[in-house]
Design a protein around this ligand. Structure first.
Ligand code: FMN
Length: 330
C-alpha cells in the first residue's frame, strides 16, 4: 500500500471543513435542493454554489433567484463568483456578506466561450496583471476565506502550475481547488491527479483535488497520487448523492448519521425539495439536469433519462420515474 495522509479536517481562515470532502460548483445543479439532498446523505464538509456572475449578483433577489435561494441548514456554503475584472468585485462581495456566505471562491477554470470572450474564468487565470487586481480587491474587501478553483493550465507545464499556485498564495488566496485536467480537456479524459502531487509540497495553502472521483476507490487513489488536503466531488455526487457519505466512511473512517434510503426514495425526495425551494417554472429544467447524471447509477438509466427529458411537467416526470423504478431492481 502506498503512503498517503488522510487529513480528517481542515481549518481555512477559521472555517472548519470536516471532513474535507467538498461538493463542487455545478451550473444548474449545485442549488439549494441538491445541496440539501447531498447534505442529508452525510459526508460533506463544505458546499459550493454554482458560479454566479459578479456583475449580476448585487441585483439578484435571494428570496426568489434560484441561484441564491438557500435554507439555513445548508452550511458551510462557499459562493463561487466569476468576474472578468475588479470593477464588479466590491458590490458582489458586499452582497455575499449580506447573504451570510461562509467563504468566497473565484472561478479561474471555466473554459466556456461566453466567459472566455469576457476574459473571465480560465482566461482571467492567464492574465496575471488583471487577476492580481481582482484578487487584491477581493482580499481587501473580505475577511472570509477566499479560495480559487483552477485547472492544470494551458499545457502540461508543472513549473508553470507551481508558479501560478505560489502567485495565488502570495495574493492572499486561502485555498486552491485544482480540477486535474488541462484547460481544453473534456470531462471524459482521465484526470491527471499525479500532477497535483508534483506541486503540492511547494504550496502552503490547502489544496483540494477535483475531477473524476466516482467511488471511494477513486477517492483513495486520488489522495494517494495528489497528496491533496481534501477532495472536491462533482458529477459523482449527482450520480450517487450518497457518494460523499461512502467516501467519508470508507476513506476517512467517519461514520455518518444518514439513514440508508432506496435510490427511488432519494429521487422523489429531490423532486419534493425542488417543489419546496423553487417556483413551479424553475423545477422541471433542474430535474432534467439532475436526472441526466443520476440515471447513470441504474443499469437501464438511459430509459429514465430519456423519459424525464421528454416530460412536460413535474407530475408527468414523477409518474414516469415511478414506472421506471417499479420495473428496475433498485
Ligand atoms: C453541469 C456542470 C456544471 C459545472 N459548473 C461549474 C461551475 O459553475 N463552476 C466551476 O468552477 N466548475 C463547474 N463545473 C466543473 C465541476 O465543478 C468540476 O470541476 C468537474 O465536473 C470535474 O469534477 P467531477 O469529475 O467530480 O465532476 C461544472 C461541471 C458540470 C458537469
Amino acid at each position: 500500500m502506498s503512503d498517503y495522509i488522510v487529513r480528517k479536517h481542515l481549518i481555512v481562515r477559521g472555517l472548519e471543513i470536516s471532513p474535507p470532502i467538498v461538493l463542487a460548483p455545478m451550473v444548474g445543479i449545485s442549488h439549494s435542493a441538491f445541496r440539501t439532498l447531498v447534505q442529508e446523505q452525510g459526508g460533506v464538509g463544505l458546499m459550493f454554489t454554482e458560479m454566479l456572475a459578479a456583475k449580476r449578483l448585487p441585483h439578484d433577489n435571494e428570496l426568489i433567484s434560484p441561484l441564491l435561494v438557500r435554507d439555513k441548514s445548508e452550511k458551510p456554503l462557499v459562493y463561487q463568483i466569476i468576474a472578468a475584472n475588479e470593477v464588479t468585485i466590491g458590490p458582489a462581495v458586499e452582497k455575499l456578506h449580506k447573504l451570510g456566505a461562509e467563504g468566497i471562491d473565484l472561478n479561474l477554470g471555466c473554459p466556456a466561450p461566453v466567459h472566455r470572450r469576457q476574459g473571465a474564468g480560465a482566461v482571467l487565470a492567464g492574465n496575471l496583471q488583471q487577476l492580481r487586481k481582482v484578487l487584491c480587491l477581493l482580499r481587501k474587501s473580505t475577511e472570509l476565506p477566499l479560495s480559487v478553483k483552477i485547472r492544470l493550465g494551458r499545457s502540461h507545464d508543472v513549473d508553470e502550475l507551481r508558479s501560478f499556485c505560489l502567485f495565488l498564495e502570495a495574493e492572499g488566496v486561502d485555498m486552491i481547488t485544482i480540477h486535474a485536467r488541462l484547460n481544453g480537456e473534456k470531462f471524459c479524459r482521465k484526470p491527471r491527479w499525479a500532477v497535483i502531487g508534483e506541486i503540492k509540497d511547494a504550496v502552503s495553502v490547502p489544496i483540494l483535488a477535483n475531477g473524476g472521483i466516482f467511488s471511494p476507490a477513486d477517492a483513495r487513489r486520488c489522495l494517494e497520487l495528489s497528496g491533496a488536503d481534501g477532495l472536491m466531488i462533482g458529477r459523482g455526487a449527482v450520480e450517487q448523492p450518497w457518494l460523499c457519505a461512502d467516501i467519508a466512511r470508507e476513506v476517512y473512517g467517519i461514520g455518518t448519521k444518514s439513514v440508508q434510503k432506496e435510490r427511488s426514495d432519494i429521487y422523489f425526495q429531490f423532486i419534493d425539495l425542488l417543489e419546496l425551494r423553487f417556483a413551479q417554472e424553475r423545477r422541471l429544467g433542474r430535474l432534467k439536469q439532475f436526472t441526466r447524471y443520476f440515471a447513470a447509477s441504474f443499469q437501464f438509466g438511459h430509459h429514465l433519462a430519456a423519459s424525464i427529458q421528454n416530460s412536460d411537467s413535474i407530475e408527468q416526470a414523477r409518474q414516469r420515474a415511478d414506472i421506471f423504478f417499479e420495473r428496475s431492481v433498485c
